[in-house]
Design a protein around this ligand. Structure first.
Ligand code: ZN
Length: 337
């Protein structure tokens, strides 16, 4: 009951009571020792002092009980306030999911991301402090589309917190083959936000109205993003773009584009595959090789050199989803002209 995490105020009150009284007792004993030294203590005197010391201990104990009772009454009177401050602990796999959860839950949630910015969800392994967060979480929001991290770790994570609700944010989205990058279509993002909102309402039905209101506002922003992307792509005729890691399949499908990947089935391309890609790029007059900040760009640079172009970085798992997608479209459209 009295864990520091759950009842911080109560915990500190207890700490105060128990820190204060042992010091008092120590003071009493010190005095006793001084008397002993000064008076060549007799047995009778010692017994008397022991009795006094016991009396003091009893007094201390009674006082402690009284004060604890007072503290408990006082703290429990403020119980509702303490509970209001408690946030729903949510763990998510990748940063864009943190953005979605925070936009729906706002100040009622505290989000932990498993695969941090800059790491790859295809290879990342959680730290012990992240596992501790999982053990305390109320909700885990997974991508649910076959991200390697989840394929490897999900069962273990559920194993350390069986009470945790697992929300599959991709529920209702058609997963294309073994391409897990569903979130990069803003329309899929809308579905994911809906699933997250439903999860929060299931855990915290009292605040349904709050979550629904926040969700509607964020969905509106996603609609505006979608409109903006379509508008920007209207005049593009060459709808092909070259990427190192094929993260952008759902994005491409949504907007009638075609991504040409360099990496083949998650592996560095062979010399022949590089040659094929270079030919394709030359044929379509492509001058930019898109890379992501999470992956090595060696063969991407080789290809960029071959086609007389350059590499450019676009981030598939940036947390600030909407601003990031705007940056992506700013970089993508000139490259496809
Ligand atoms: Zn990927």
């Amino acid at each position: 009951m009295l864990s520091e995490a759950k009842h911080p105020r109560l915990w500190w009150n207890f700490q105060l009571v128990f820190r204060f009284f042992p010091r008092q007792r120590r003071g009493q004993n010190d005095k006793g020792r001084k008397n002993d030294l000064g008076n060549n203590s007799s047995i009778g005197r010692s017994i008397k002092m022991m009795k006094e010391s016991n009396k003091n201990r009893l007094l201390t104990f009674v006082l402690a009980v009284l004060m604890t009772g007072f503290v408990l009454t006082f703290s429990c009177g403020r119980k509702s306030e303490v509970h209001e401050e408690e946030k729903i602990e949510v763990v998510v796999t990748i940063p864009p999911l943190a953005e979605f959860v925070e936009n729906v839950g706002e100040d009622k949630v505290e989000v932990t991301v498993m695969v941090p910015p800059g790491a790859s969800p295809h290879t990342y392994e959680p730290t012990s402090s992240q596992l501790k967060k999982v053990s305390q979480a109320k909700i885990y929001v997974k991508v649910g589309s076959g991200v390697e991290f989840e394929l490897t770790w999900m069962d273990k994570l559920i194993g350390i917190n069986k009470d945790m609700m697992v929300v599959n944010s991709s529920q209702g989205i058609d997963v294309m083959g073994n391409d897990p990058h569903v979130w990069l279509s803003p329309l899929n993002a809308k579905t994911m936000v809906e699933n997250i909102c439903n999860g929060l309402i299931r855990i915290d039905p009292e605040n349904e109205e709050y979550y629904v209101k926040n969700k509607s506002q964020y969905l509106q922003e996603l609609t505006e993003l979608d409109d903006y992307i379509r508008e920007r792509l209207e005049e593009i005729e060459n709808k092909k773009f070259l990427v190192y890691h094929p993260s952008w399949g759902y994005f491409a499908k949504e907007y009638g584009l075609k991504q040409i990947p360099i990496e083949q089935a998650g592996k560095e391309p062979s010399a022949k595959e590089i040659k094929d890609v270079v030919e394709k790029a030359k044929k379509h007059n492509i001058k930019v090789v898109f890379v992501s900040p999470q992956l090595s760009t060696k063969s991407a640079e080789v290809i960029a050199k071959e086609i007389g172009g350059q590499t450019m970085s676009i981030d598939p798992i940036a947390q600030s989803y909407i601003p990031n997608m705007r940056i992506v479209i700013e970089k993508l459209t000139p490259a496809m002209r």
